[in-house]
Design a protein around this ligand. Sequence first.
Ligand code: ZN
Length: 171
Amino acid sequence: MDKNFKYCPRCRTRIIQINRGKELSCEKCGFYYYRNAAPTVAAILVNSKREILLVKRKFPPYKNYWDLPGGFVDDNENLEKALVREVREELNIILDSYGYIGSATDSYPYKGIIYKTIVAVYTSTIEDKITLGDDVVDYCFFPKNNFPNPQFAFPGLAKVVEKYINQNISP
Ligand SMILES: [Zn+2]
């Protein structure tokens, strides 16, 4: 456990770390906190020219870094619903079919707290024309057979993209 939390959120007593920091416990009130990664989704979207869409992040963390379209899974939402919602919000595209590629872990530093995330990556085909929505400042299609080395926000996610390109998986 990093030093994200020092005090019990219920009774404000100093909390103790157990299981090598994976869990936090309060001796006074019995509060118990399991530290699990937050689920996120991302989409490898490929156009008719076999180019992969990357978007440029509009907001921190990693503002102006390249990223795949995607985001955090909401409460009471499954991975597929989160994927469809995020792609709709960011790109005004309604995904109707997609395939699962793989997953990776990353860190998400935000306002002084380092969140651990686990991303589920899917792929789908899209039209060449894009209309940007929320959270995205710019976009670019990068050729799959000559993929550059863009400055990715999340190294775990970048590895899934690299693996996808090297294995030459079709959406
Ligand atoms: Zn407590």
